[in-house]
Ligand binder design. Structure first.
Ligand SMILES: *Cc1c(COP(=O)(O)O)cnc(C)c1O
Length: 399
């Protein structure tokens, strides 16, 4: 079947995936419609159980989106006005807007140049220089904010260095909320133990936006935790804080995972492992192609390393390049889609101007914003397509 994308090679091809799953997902959707339990019905419960087993965590709570997962996780930790959350500035918008929406403030810490991930060394430096801890409470001496949590983002499908971040969180009495929206299926290791990204901190926040490694047919999200009280709180908060019908203990919101989405996701979840492996395989192919074309270290400044231990599942394949914007245009002209995640570091967004950050504050994030380019990446991407893409990149620099 043909792709609706105007590009010969789109950045993701959801149609290709759907063509293979059509019968299975349509059956699952029909089953929900026959059941007529559209809100928190059996399909949601069953998907939550499936995710809890897959991720080997204690609790999984379906919510309306990844953005809400973050918001609810922060709410569950009672984060609000006067509180600060350590977060990288180079991430999707809602990682940070979830903090500001609650009246709390992001405390930005720069990323690592190589991986684009929150730098554990920089977090350590930040806490060492600026914070004061007294009676189990860490305060930012510059702003006076109570530092409550670290919010690392497993960006582009790659797990952050949790083995370094967790001891820091313990030392400074901070919670950890993992933004695992782009890394469902990625692994990480702590104390020689392998875990799924999202299950190492206090709370893990997943998104099922269609283009993520596990994507629904619309919005969806999940919060996971090993803490029973936090799980109960998230369940309350996603349902208006309702304890029994029309009795509200806390002020929650309406943020439930839709039953139809849960049914679709239950089908797709069974393929997640295979899809992640295929993504890693395609990253390896890109690696070989780029290495063979003699562009590396010059025009193509950097391509992602392909770790063997499953710590990167390549939700996105992001390279750093010279003349980035011109290359993007050239590729589009050749009918190859590419995207910029993200063109403006969040500390420089107009809506966050009031936070007092400025240009030059986070050099690595600012540099990344000018160099990064995401190339097509999805499990169904073929080797000839990848060859064509890399040939076009080469053609651009060899014109
Ligand atoms: C997609 C994404 C989100 C938000 O997820 P939605 O389901 O779209 O609300 C949050 N953080 C990151 C890093 C994301 O990529």
């Amino acid at each position: 079947m043909s792709s609706p994308s105007p590009y010969r090679i789109p950045i993701v091809d959801l149609r290709a995936q759907y063509d293979k799953l059509r019968a299975e997902v349509l059956d699952a959707i029909e089953a929900v419609i026959e059941e007529q339990q559209f809100i928190l019905g059996p399909a949601v419960k069953s998907f939550e159980d499936q995710m809890q087993k897959l991720l080997q965590c204690s609790f999984a709570v379906g919510v309306a989106s990844g953005s809400d997962a973050l918001l609810l996780a922060l709410m569950a930790l009672d984060i609000g006005p006067g509180d600060g959350v350590i977060v990288p500035p180079f991430t999707f918008f809602s990682t940070v807007s979830s903090i500001t929406r609650l009246g709390a403030a992001p405390l930005f810490v720069d990323i690592e140049a190589e991986s684009f991930l929150l730098s554990a060394a920089a977090v350590e430096g930040f806490l060492g220089e600026r914070s004061r801890t007294r009676a189990g409470q860490t305060t930012d001496s510059k702003t006076g904010l109570r530092i409550k949590a670290i919010l690392p983002v497993h960006l582009f499908g790659q797990a952050c260095d949790m083995a370094k971040l967790i001891p820091l969180a313990k030392k400074y009495h901070l919670s950890i909320i993992e933004d695992v929206a782009q890394a469902c299926g990625a692994r990480l290791s702590i104390d020689a133990q392998s875990k799924f990204a999202g299950t190492a901190g206090d709370l893990g926040c997943f998104s099922f936006f269609p283009s993520k490694t596990l994507g629904g047919f619309g919005d969806g999200g999940l919060v996971v935790t090993n803490d029973k009280q936090l799980a109960q709180k998230i369940r309350l908060l996603r349902m208006h804080g309702e304890t029994t019908k029309y009795h509200h203990e806390v002020t929650g919101i309406n943020s439930r995972l839709d039953s139809i989405q849960a049914a679709v996701l239950s089908v797709k979840q069974r393929y997640l492992k295979e899809w992640c492996e295929q993504r890693v395989q395609r990253a390896k192919t890109y690696h070989q192609l780029f290495a063979n074309r003699g562009l590396l270290g010059r025009e193509v400044i950097r391509i992602p390393a392909v770790p063997k231990d499953g710590t990167h599942v390549f939700n996105n394949y992001v390279v750093s390049v010279q003349k980035r914007d011109a290359l993007k245009q050239f590729l589009a002209h050749e009918s190859v889609q590419s995207e910029i995640y993200y063109p403006l570091s969040l500390h420089l967004q107009p809506c966050f101007a009031g936070l007092g950050y400025g240009k030059g504050d986070f050099p690595e994030a600012e540099l990344a914003a000018t160099e990064v380019l995401a190339l097509p990446m999805y499990p169904e991407l073929t080797a000839p397509q990848q060859e064509l893409i890399v040939d076009k990149v080469r053609a651009f620099y060899r014109r």
